[in-house]
Ligand binder design. Structure first.
Ligand code: ZN
Length: 83
């Protein structure tokens, strides 16, 4: 298998239509962030880090995003669940 075919293979396996493929992560569900705070966009360590994509939240499909991790953690904190 040619590695350049990988994104297309992933999209096909996940049944993501070409027109809905998430542009941020190319349908893979993860992306690279510029610092270790990832999708929080706050102060983080000076290292690139891969984490869940903040556009599709892992689904790879812009038309059908999975639940937001940010909203989940905010709900959890509001409910008194700590970090
Ligand atoms: Zn994405």
């Amino acid at each position: 298998m040619n590695m350049s075919d990988l994104p297309e293979l992933i999209q096909r396996q996940r049944r993501i239509y070409v027109e809905n493929v998430c542009k941020r992560c190319a349908g893979t569900g993860t992306t690279i962030y510029g610092n270790t705070s990832t999708y929080w966009h706050s102060i983080g360590g000076a290292a690139m880090r891969r984490d869940v994509c903040e556009v599709c939240w892992g689904s790879g499909d812009e038309s059908a995003p999975w639940p937001s991790h940010r909203e989940f953690y905010e709900m959890k904190r509001a409910a008194g669940g700590g970090e």
